[in-house]
Design a binder for this molecule. Structure first.
Ligand code: ADP
Length: 314
């Protein structure tokens, strides 16, 4: 394979749920470092149709944006595994940043991360690509302090979920209510929900809706956003899993606006309005990526911090 020959694969950088990541570089230019992510394919893709998987993922190579991790190349190896050659970004991620108590940041920094994330998501959606796995841990920090959206869920679709390589649980904290209720259709609105969760976590420096099971996840969401009804979300009661958690004796009310002001006050009232627009239960009423970008929060004071000035870990 000519593509594979272009790269030299080095030592192991890390291991995730469905892939092993190696350091590497361009054979012609050893200064140009890359990260090579070797995905463990499931049986279906292992049986000789890895080429289709490659074609499907190749279009990600055409998505070039300053806030999206660069996919340099895709190739398959002798053992029929799929390897993604990615921009090498060893500077941490947004989840590690809010967890690091040595890192202090404020309203203008959160706005800077939010606008970069909103730009990345808008760009994906404008190109008809859903990310499907937006979370703080998949938002990497670049060498210039900017953020880069990484780990498109597409790759995970080819991976073998039956053989997780670590006992790490795939997080469901970012899953929108329509998927938790079992909707089979979904749209860009799933990414907008996840983006809202990420921004809320930057504000509270904690997980907004942690859980251990899908049912607990629904409960955690309803505790904040209330139990959806057909009045505010037509036909929600017809979704396959809605009835599993619905209890007519315990219909939850959404938290009042004062709760948002107390919890997410750092965003200001315009930022809270944007956040609540992204975290709207009904996916048809949720803001789309264009509306997010045009929200007054981004034009109002404070101005977002320049990326070079953003706090970094370590
Ligand atoms: P997870 O999302 O569970 O961390 P990944 O498979 O995405 O799993 O990555 C595993 C590890 O590999 C990461 O924790 C990180 O240490 C390293 N890694 C992943 N992508 C890159 C990259 N582009 N540049 C440098 N290191 C990376």
């Amino acid at each position: 394979d000519q593509v594979r020959e272009q790269f030299v694969v080095g030592g192991r950088l890390g291991e995730g749920t469905y892939a092993i990541v190696y350091a590497g570089y361009y054979r012609q230019n050893p200064e140009h470092r890359v990260a090579i992510k070797k995905i463990k394919l499931n049986a279906e893709f292992k049986d000789g149709i890895a080429m289709d998987a490659i074609r499907e993922i190749k279009f990600l190579q055409e998505l070039e944006h300053p806030n999206i991790i660069k996919l340099h190349a895709v190739f398959s190896t002798k053992d029929q595994n799929l390897s993604l050659v990615l921009e090498h970004l060893p500077y941490g991620d947004l989840e590690a940043l809010w967890k690091n108590k040595d890192v202090a940041y404020g309203a203008a920094d959160i706005k800077a991360w939010a606008i970069m994330l909103a730009n990345a998501v808008w760009f994906c959606h404008a190109n008809h690509v859903l990310h499907r796995d937006i979370k703080g841990n998949n938002i990497l920090i670049g060498p210039d302090g900017g953020i880069k959206l990484a780990d498109f869920g597409l790759a995970r679709g080819f991976a073998d979920p039956g053989r997780p390589m670590t006992n790490q649980v795939i997080t469901r904290f970012y899953r929108p209510p329509e998927l938790l209720y079992g909707a089979r259709y979904y749209s860009g609105a799933v990414d907008i929900w996840s983006m809202g969760i990420v921004i809320s976590e930057l504000c509270i420096r904690n997980f907004l809706v942690p859980s251990n099971t899908d049912i607990e996840q629904i409960t955690a969401i309803e505790d904040i956003f209330g139990t959806p009804t057909d009045a505010d979300w037509p036909f929600v009661s017809t979704l396959p899993l809605y009835k599993m958690t619905f209890d007519p004796a315990n219909i939850k009310r959404p938290r009042p606006h004062s709760w948002w002001l107390q919890t997410m006050g750092i965003l200001g009232s315009d930022g809270i309005d944007l956040l609540r627009g992204m975290l709207t239960m009904n996916p048809l009423l949720r803001l789309d990526s264009q509306r997010v970008l045009y929200h007054p929060y981004f034009a109002n004071a404070p101005r977002p911090t320049m990326k070079e000035m953003l706090p970094r870990a370590g």
